[in-house]
Structures are given as structure tokens and as C-alpha cells.
Ligand binder design. Structure first.
Ligand code: HEC
Ligand code: HEC
Length: 304
């Protein structure tokens, strides 16, 4: 150890009872630290002259370089637009089918579509289209389609929107059937996806489903939904959008009470239209954006 008496102190000293005085050393700061510190002061002063720095009453000092964050953003956006233009031009001109055959362009459309989906569609369909906890918003990642799972069909749904028309069936809610008939219908519907129940109620419900209640007109002869099934042997109007009742995938939850409620009170899920000029939403999507988001939704796994 060096000689303690040579150490520079602040002069302050505490005496303690044991006879060892406690001194306050004055250690100089390391040189490298001190110079770095001075350099940052000089840098700050230089910076004040060149860049926006000081807030003033209504304004701020602009700096000699005229740099601004807005300007930089504008420049970067303009650059991005120049880079995107050739891709966007091709997307606009090509058919959806051709886009899916061009992996590079498809990838470009998917990444744009993903951002558009996150901003506009995720609040209802869940992030990535996995569905939401609230009932009535279809999952878009499976291959269970209400209206259509082809890429053109998806584009059409996004453009024009869709309002589901599942009528009320119980007399209290304006329908034509008693509460116990609705119980029977619910028992039959549950049996379509293999759920156990009262066999007699199911049989009575089946007769109503295919007969007086007219369910087959929308859900199809086999309850497989208007997108897949036939009605009275003929192909169905896809725009009915009536779900497949046999696959165990439910819009409003698969518990018996929810299924019964759908039949008793009816349902009317609404998918807004996104095409410019349609009513309802103030945020609309350009034809290019609709195309991109359609390619994205189709790529989620369930596209046909
Ligand atoms: C306000 C909530 C809401 C928003 C926002 C919304 N949707 Fe929907 N979407 C629905 C509902 C509800 C349905 C089911 C409609 C029906 O049953 O008729 C639906 C249906 C669909 C379908 C048809 C699914 C099928 O099975 O045939 C597609 C595709 C779709 N939406 C895509 C989108 C895209 C893409 C966006 C964003 C641009 C979007 N949706 C935004 C509520 C919404
Ligand atoms: C006019 C066409 C139409 C008729 C008739 C109709 N449905 Fe529906 N049904 C729909 C549509 C469309 C939906 C989807 C509702 C939505 O998206 O909000 C639906 C939904 C349902 C659901 C909810 C499914 C789910 O996934 O949660 C059940 C259950 C159901 N219908 C049963 C029936 C039964 C039983 C009958 C006959 C008593 C019937 N429907 C008659 C069109 C119809």
C-alpha cells in the first residue's frame, strides 16, 4: 500500500473513539472520464446550432440544417412508395389466381394484407383471424366457410360485406314454433355433430328441420351449410351464408343453451362492406388493399 499521508484529502476529518481518524479522500476523476465529459458539453453546444433544440413560446429553434422528423419521414415514405410501385402496379393488373401462382408477388401481397388486416379486421376476427371470444365472428384460419373460401369469394365478401339472416323461430320472439318445438330442433341440431341426447326429441326435431321449420332451405338438406350443401337436391345460393351445423364448429359457442338461443331468437351477424363508396364505416379500403387482404386471408390456411 502507498503512504496514506500523501493522499490528497478534502480536509474534512472525523475522529473516532478508537483513535483512527476517518478522512475524506479527494480522488481525482479518471482523465478519460473527464475529457469525455467535456467533449459531450462541446458536442451539445454544436448540436444546438445545427439541429432543432430549444422550445420557445410558440415554436422551437430550427437549427441551421433545417432537419425535421416529419421531413425525414416524408422522404422515407416517398422512397418506400417508389420501391413498392412496380409491385402494386402488377398486383392491380393481375387476377387473384395469377397472383397466387407468383410466389414473390403473393408474399408481397400477404405482408401488405397482414398489416391491413391488423388495422381493420382483427378487432372482430381476432389477430391473425383466429376468431374472437365474443360470439358471431367467424374464424378465418379453418376451412369452415359461411359464404365462400375461394380467393375470389373471399374478395367478394370483403368488398360487399354480408349480413346473416337467421330468423327467430320461437313464438315469443316472433317465430312460429313453441318452446318445446324449439327444444326438439336444438336436440336435432346437436345430434348433427354427434352429440348425445333424447332420441325422441331428436327425431321430432329432425322432422321439423326437414319439414315445416324450413331449416334445410338455408342450412341444406344435410345441414352442411349453404356453402357446401344442396337444398331439395339443387345447388344453393352461396350468399345465404348459413353455417355448417354438422362439423362441431360454432359461431356462437357450441353449448346447448347457445344453440337453442340461435334457433329461438335468430341471429344476424354483420360483416361490413369495405369497398370505397359503401356505407357504414368511415375507413374504406382501395381495390388494391381489398385484393391484398383477400390474398392474406386466403393464405391463412383455410383457403380453397
Ligand atoms: C365489425 C366486425 C367485423 C369487421 C371489422 C370485419 N368483419 Fe369480417 N365478418 C364479420 C362477421 C360478423 C362475419 C360473419 C357474417 C355473416 O355471418 O354473415 C364476417 C365474415 C367474414 C368473412 C366470410 C367468412 C366465411 O366463412 O365465409 C370474411 C372472409 C371476412 N369476414 C373477412 C374480413 C376482413 C378481411 C376484414 C377486414 C377488412 C373483416 N372481415 C372485418 C365481422 C367483421
Ligand atoms: C333464411 C335462412 C335460414 C333459415 C331458414 C335458418 N337459418 Fe339458421 N342460420 C342462418 C344463418 C345465415 C346463420 C348464421 C348467423 C350469423 O352469422 O349470425 C344461421 C345460424 C344458425 C345457428 C347458429 C350456428 C352457430 O354456428 O352458432 C343455428 C344453431 C341454426 N342457424 C339453426 C337453424 C335451425 C334449426 C333452423 C330451422 C329451425 C334454421 N337455422 C333456419 C340462416 C338460416
Amino acid at each position: 500500500m502507498s503512504d496514506k499521508s500523501k493522499v490528497e484529502t478534502t480536509g474534512h476529518q472525523w475522529d473516532d473513539d478508537e483513535g483512527y481518524p476517518l478522512k475524506e479522500y479527494n480522488n481525482p476523476l479518471p482523465k478519460w472520464w473527464l475529457y469525455t465529459f467535456y467533449a459531450t458539453i462541446v458536442w451539445a453546444v454544436v448540436y444546438w446550432f445545427f439541429y432543432p433544440t430549444w422550445p420557445m413560446v410558440d415554436d422551437y429553434t430550427r437549427g441551421l440544417l433545417g432537419w425535421s422528423m416529419h421531413k425525414q419521414l416524408d422522404e422515407e415514405m416517398a422512397e418506400a412508395q417508389v420501391q413498392q410501385k412496380p409491385f402494386n402496379d402488377r398486383l392491380e393488373q393481375m387476377s387473384l389466381a395469377d397472383i397466387t401462382r407468383d410466389p414473390q408477388l403473393q408474399q408481397y401481397a400477404i405482408s401488405g394484407g397482414k398489416a391491413i388486416f391488423g388495422d381493420n379486421c382483427a378487432p372482430c376476427h381476432g389477430s391473425g383471424g383466429v376468431g374472437s371470444l365474443a360470439g358471431g365472428f367467424p374464424v378465418l384460419v379453418d376451412d369452415d366457410w359461411l359464404i365462400s373460401g375461394t380467393i375470389e369469394g373471399i374478395q367478394e365478401t370483403i368488398q360487399t360485406g354480408h349480413t346473416a339472416m337467421m330468423p327467430a323461430h320461437q313464438t315469443e320472439f316472433g317465430g312460429a314454433f313453441t318452446a318445446s318445438q324449439v327444444d326438439d330442433l336444438a336436440a336435432y341440431v346437436l345430434s348433427l355433430s354427434g352429440r348425445e341426447g333424447d332420441k325422441e326429441a331428436q327425431a321430432r326435431g329432425g322432422v321439423l328441420f326437414k319439414g315445416d321449420a324450413g331449416c334445410v332451405g338455408c342450412h341444406g338438406d344435410n345441414g352442411k351449410g349453404s356453402a357446401k350443401d344442396t337444398s331439395g337436391g339443387s345447388p344453393m345460393e352461396k350468399t345465404i351464408g348459413a353455417p355448417n351445423l354438422t362439423d362441431g364448429i360454432w359461431l356462437y359457442g357450441g353449448d346447448a343453451a347457445a344453440v337453442r338461443l340461435s334457433i329461438a331468437k335468430g341471429r344476424s351477424g354483420r360483416m361490413p362492406a369495405w369497398r370505397v363508396g359503401s356505407e357504414g364505416l368511415n375507413r374504406k379500403l382501395s381495390p388494391l388493399a381489398v385484393k391484398q387482404v383477400a390474398v392474406y386471408v386466403h393464405s391463412l390456411g383455410g383457403g380453397q
